[in-house]
Design a protein around this ligand. Structure first.
Ligand code: SER
Length: 325
């Protein structure tokens, strides 16, 4: 794709991924070429350095108006509700996550949108597959509405690619850890909250069991994956549903211990709630060899470098000190 031809829209630009992805895309392609779209959340002031539009992805008239107004040809479609919120309100989860995506595909079909990035998730898998190194082709029988909508979205992406030639690209993200915008309503949110609480109060009540292992990734890796996949030659993108994508896997206890090495006196209490069942239905690790083979995916951050960087960034952000042992 020609850089000069790109006019990009990021939906969900006020969310955990969107805030940072918008800035990264603006650095690469120019602030004026990246329109940030938001709906409910107040945007981070950093997003005001380029065009910003307020619209609802479930309203196709509003979505079409923004796409035609800015001559959009590329969309990073991030507007979604996460798994824990989804279980509280399955109708809303379906409406935003699936109807919103289908609206975009329909608008893409009739306007100039030719390339779309849409994140899927490890939540596409259910408890009845092998939870260690879960293969790309494992059966998709999720038990959350979030996962059900992701599976339907993957199939829809493949359908619009085959039938209408829309170049839709997708990865199944693991839990994402970041220091800029907190996630809202996911099962892997503990791995972000734990850092804030370690620095603010030296204690954290974790809503998952200590031995709960999930696949996780640091935001710089997640952003790089999205952009690298979007820039890969179309011939290399062999998978048109969604690629398994992995970086590291660790338990809640592993992360707590890693933080304790750097934050003196940090204590974690484990009080699992309804989110434990969601975590128990997901893989502990996934096999992402196809992404590594097809478009050269490599992760950079492991648990040590994630913890080091998160604590460095958050001590500045929260203006606190850490007394090391
Ligand atoms: N991180 C997401 C969640 O916890 C899963 O994709 O909902």
């Amino acid at each position: 794709m020609e850089t000069s031809a790109r006019k990009i829209l990021v939906t969900g630009s006020t969310g955990q991924i969107g805030t940072e992805l918008t800035q990264e895309l603006r650095r690469r392609y120019g602030a004026k070429n990246v329109v940030a779209g938001g709906h409910r959340r107040e945007p981070d002031p950093s997003i005001r350095n380029g065009p910003f539009e307020v619209f609802d992805v479930t309203d196709s008239t509003e979505l079409r108006a923004v796409i035609t107004k800015h001559g959009i040809d590329t969309v990073y479609h991030l507007a979604a509700v996460l798994s824990a919120v989804g279980e509280k309100d399955p109708v809303l989860a379906w409406k935003i996550n699936l109807d919103g995506f289908r609206n975009l595909l329909e608008v893409a079909r009739s306007e100039r949108v030719s390339r779309i990035f849409w994140p899927s998730s490890i939540a596409v898998f259910g408890p009845d597959v092998s939870r260690v190194n879960t293969p790309q082709e494992a059966k998709l029988t999720p038990t959350t509405i979030y996962g059900v909508a992701k599976v339907a979205g993957e199939l829809l992406a493949n359908y619009y690619y085959l039938k209408y030639g829309i170049d839709i690209r997708s990865v199944r993200y693991p839990g994402l850890i970041s220091s800029v915008t907190p996630p809202g309503g996911g099962t892997t949110d503990y791995a972000v909250e734990i850092f804030y609480e370690a620095l603010k109060s030296r204690s954290y009540k974790c809503f998952l069991r200590e031995d709960t292992i999930l696949p996780m990734m640091y935001m710089p890796d997640a952003l790089r994956a999205a952009i690298q996949l979007m820039e890969a030659p179309a011939a290399n993108v062999m998978c048109r549903t969604s690629y398994n994508l992995a970086a590291v896997s660790f338990s809640a206890g592993d992360l707590a211990r890693e933080i304790s090495k750097r934050v003196k006196g940090f204590r974690v209490e484990y009080k699992p709630d309804y989110r434990q069942a969601i975590a128990d239905s997901w893989p502990m690790s996934v096999d992402d060899s196809r992404a590594r083979h097809d478009w050269g995916w490599r992760h950079e951050y492991d648990i040590q470098s994630i913890a080091r960087d998160m604590l460095e960034k958050l001590t500045l952000k929260l203006n606190v000190q850490i007394d090391k042992d």
